[in-house]
Design a protein around this ligand. Structure first.
Ligand code: CDT
Length: 330
């Protein structure tokens, strides 16, 4: 222990969850990056080594609008990273010695067949301003076709492909770090895929409208479900989870805030109290992960992959056959 009460024998990383409030359609990337720089500098002042920004952090949530031609929204995508608009974040991160992660819409160069790809991507940047990793969203929610009956649309499946890459983890920030994006956080496979690679810190950005058109009965439960799935994912895999919202009312759509930092015990250790730009900070002891990974969730000792085969071989539900007993003799 030091005189400040810090235990230097532990791998502590101070993490900031940089919640963003709404981004108007009319707001420029430069304006948004200015807001992000304020949060990054706040993070530096509060001792952060890593500041986590939300999904699609640079623009309004454009998949709520339909265009006949998918390329009609291409101006919302980045074709490089750093892009000209985000270069100031990379420069400031290096100057401050604070890493960050940031969600953005990625438009790739043409592949060998001349096809461009659109992904919902997050980039992880180390404290020296270098890119560590890029993660492309795996679970793409919503719909592909125009559905004007909805109060607003959620056309992610029109504007983004499902990542073929799956869930990686990377050695960074003195630990093992993974990423997931919004809807990914609702799926236990997301956390377990990374848990099986020893993940200690999962960074998750989200844009979650409070209104869910297919079943509005779930609206009031958005906050509960948000924390439920991330807390379970943290605990069941012995990992820290940082959940960061773009919250508030954006172009008339109210989205969940409640950004939070969750310990490997599943407990929330910091939570945003506003729906706007707000930085919450927690000192994350990465060695605490082992307390769960080496006991109840000692995968090597207790998991039974030989009886989990449906999880990777079957996509939808196959119910057992209904047995008609009406003609059977008693
Ligand atoms: N951005 C994102 O993935 N949002 C989804 C909304 C699903 S409703 C179509 C989420 O899971 O929060």
């Amino acid at each position: 222990m030091t005189t400040t009460g810090q235990d230097n024998t532990r791998r502590n990383v101070t993490v900031g969850a940089a919640q963003l409030g709404p981004i108007a359609k009319s707001e420029s990337r430069a304006d948004v990056v200015e807001r992000m720089l304020v949060l990054l500098r706040d993070g530096a002042a509060r001792g952060c080594e890593l500041v986590v920004f939300p999904e699609l952090a640079l623009t309004t949530f454009f998949p709520r609008w339909y265009t006949d031609d998918v390329s009609g929204h291409d101006h919302y995508y980045e074709t490089s990273m750093p892009s000209p608009a985000t270069q100031p974040l990379f420069d400031e991160a290096k100057r401050l010695g604070v890493g960050f992660s940031l969600g953005y819409a990625e438009l790739t160069d043409p592949d060998a067949n001349g096809v461009v790809h659109r992904y919902n991507t997050t980039v992880l940047v180390e404290r020296d301003g270098t890119i560590v990793a890029r993660y492309r969203k795996v679970h793409i929610p919503g719909h592909e076709a125009d559905e004007p009956w909805r109060a607003f649309q959620h056309l992610e499946r029109r504007y983004f492909e499902e990542s073929p890459d799956g869930f990686g983890v990377w050695r960074a920030f003195d630990g093992i770090v993974g990423m997931a994006t919004c809807n990914d956080r609702r799926w236990p496979e997301t956390y377990r895929e990374m848990g099986l690679q020893g993940v200690e810190l999962i960074l998750i950005g989200y844009n979650t409208p409070l209104h869910y058109a297919p079943d509005p009965g779930q609206n009031a439960l958005q906050g509960f479900h948000n924390h439920l799935c991330m807390q379970a994912g943290a605990y069941q895999n012995g990992t820290w989870v940082v959940g960061v919202a773009k919250g508030g009312t954006e172009e008339g759509v109210e989205s969940l805030a409640q950004s939070c930092i969750i310990a490997p015990s599943g407990q929330i250790v910091a939570q945003a109290i506003t729906t706007g730009d707000e930085l919450i900070v927690a000192r994350c002891d990465l060695d605490r992960c082992a307390d769960f990974k080496e006991t109840l969730f000692d995968f090597a000792r207790y998991r039974r992959p030989e009886v989990y085969q449906r999880i990777t071989t079957q996509k939808g539900v196959i119910e057992p056959p209904v047995i008609d007993l009406s003609g059977a003799q008693q």
